[in-house]
Ligand binder design. Sequence first.
Ligand code: GLC
Ligand code: GLC
Length: 824
Amino acid sequence: MKYGHFDDEHREYVITRPDTPLPWINYLGSEDYFGLISNTAGGYSFYKDARLRRITRYRYNNAPLDFGGRYIYLRDEKDGGYWSPSWQPAQRELSEYSCRHGMGYTIIASTYGGIRAETRYFVPLGENLEVWQLTVTNQRDTKAELSVFSAVEFCLWDALDDSTNFQRNYSIGEVEVEDQVIYHKSEYRERRNHFAYFACSEKCEGFDTQRESFLGSYRSWDHPLAVERGKCSNSIAHGWQPVGSFHLHLSLLPGEQKKIIFILGYYENRKDQKFDPPDSQIINKQQVKPIIKKYLHQSNVTSAFASLRSYWDDVLGSFQVQTPNEHLNRMANIWNAYQCMVTFNISRSASSFESGVGRGLGFRDSNQDLLGFVHMVPPRARERILDLASTQLPSGGAYHQYQPLTKRGNNDIGSNFNDDPHWLVIAVAAYLRETGDWSILEENLPYDNKLGSEMPLYEHLQRSIQYTLDCLGPHGLPLIGRADWNDCLNLNCFSDVPGESFQTTTGKDGKIAESVFIAALFVESTRAMADLAGNYASQHRKNSWSFQINPPKHYHELADRMTQAIYEHGWDGEWFLRAYDDFGNKVGSNECEEGKIYIEPQGFCALAGVGLENGMAKKALDSVHARLVTPHGITLLQPPYSKYYLHLGEISSYPPGYKENGGIFCHNNPWVMIAETRTGNGDRALDYYLRINPSVREELSDLHRCEPYVYVQMIAGRDAPTHGEAKNSWLTGSAAWNYVAVTQWILGIRPTFDGLCVSPVMPSAWDGFEAVRRYRGVRYTIHVERRGDGNGISLEVDGSAIHGTTIPFPPDGTKNVRVTVKVG
Ligand code: GLC
Ligand code: GLC
């Protein structure tokens, strides 16, 4: 069953009933100011950091779900009846309802008692504010006398402290109200130079800023006293819970329509200009007032919205494709690309499943996310790389996470996740293949953000590789450290204390447990490093450095040696082993009672080229097909662990079929898709892809439950009672990897150091496809057609046949290149 439909022309998903199985959310904002917004206007906003600069409150894990939002109430003055045009929180039955989630905006529209209300929510480009543009239409044949109430609840900035430290927080809330603007200024008197504001474009009857005055005591947002009574009480918050609410009258003739704007924003004053007059405690509003004024004007809001639309036209225009499969097209052209941009902005911090207080930006996560957005916003990818590399440790290791506001490594979680450093190499290689901006390698960046430790990015990459060489285990495979990509395979943890962190507890010295996955990742990253080193040294190097630069050969030898170690110690007969535990025993082997086969090394070995030459890769992929594949995707392992194993850690803490213990991780399914293309099996690659493609799964919305327009982290595996149910939507490496698998491997359009490669591994049933790829300022128009069976490729570029599958860089000044590809 479906709860809406795709509108591809407008790049929207249209939800047509409000009671979706879970809140189906979207994101507002694309630079510094962000918000989550559900299909019933729930959600919250923050500036840069969802924990440290939370603007509004949200109540996670509440009943009903999704409480706290951007609420509007309409009240009929005739009989005092009121409703929420976004359904929540009042939950009246609406005669018409739709929520259009689009690229950076959401429009919620509904009709109740002949009054239609539509609210468009978005963040104008370049601004730290959100607009709620409300249009109310009287569809009755009589005049309507209405009241409008708006409501937000402010958060006292640090979201964690806000939800725990009540002894202090109940006394510090402060606001100012001036010229119909509510300013939230808790802690402004002391060390904060920033405040939030909430404003309305039309003349208001009143306002409230104290929550209890607006709601009444012991009442909830579904029936606020002020709305019931039809009047605010102009309350000024002192302590307790500051809110922002405006009340206005609306008188509408039959057929008449009126527009009202509310804006919610964030502003930071200079420290020496905080107060006006300077010796007062009053916010200096000189700088913010013109901004507020601007966005309370309909025409400015309308043009800001048009700019947002064209921004997305441009971003998404970097890659567009038309294949015979509409689900693939829709995801690749619209939603998957959009989700990649969201993961770039938000990382894993704030969603329906991430509270915004838990995690900053993950080192491995952000580097992988980059693979999915680098072609859309290359300069921002560059910045992200520099930030990430500056948190790297001198050993080449990495902080597992950093806080976006401070850009410092997070000490609570620390380092020693031994896969981390390699993702930096992979991200930088992707950036260079995309942009050819070799100057990035010469950026001087610190280690651990320490002044004086600066080294060129190039040396950071060399140290990433060295890091693994410095921690090889008994079989010559990389030691796993706290964990590798699979954060829950904690082979050195040995925790038997309830509540102790699996991520940071270390019970063993870490000298035995090895990871076959990191071995494969190492091969991939050293091969990338070899290409990068070769290109850099021969063509692009500007500086000479004091540290040693290794030639490509060095990296190929390392990759060869690691490949041999995998062949000798990482092969189980039918598939690749996953790891060795702290006792030196195999993990992910047919010899194991549970957890016999894991997905990660099967996909990643073939992806990295390991086992392609000797048939191991193919065999491993056949084992995946036989043992791990379900109708809802490929499970992470089989059989799942039925009990807790001290020596395996968190993976065995999950009930069978969930998360890393046999759930379907949509993040590593694409590794298998890529692997299948590397062994020439486009049919299987597409088949796997379509099993987890959200748009395909739209039909199963009752089972799947999460948004049908974005990937989730996990779908419950076959051993879970709810097999096929999705969780953890939006913020997941699934976005980047599915995008890469589809666009670069199935469609085969991928940047290389030598030009754009076009090498599709097309499903046998397809007769071809069309694509447009913007690459280094050139527009490639690609026409692919099947001429016969198999994957043979011949390329014509602007009418002339070329050798191989990589199109050499065209002469400077070229704007368009036409590519014809014959397959078979
Ligand atoms: C989560 C983490 C990611 C990890 C994955 C598998 O998605 O964010 O870092 O690789 O789980 O454990
Ligand atoms: C938990 C999750 C795992 C995630 C990790 C990140 O262990 O189960 O998926 O990667 O937290 O900290």
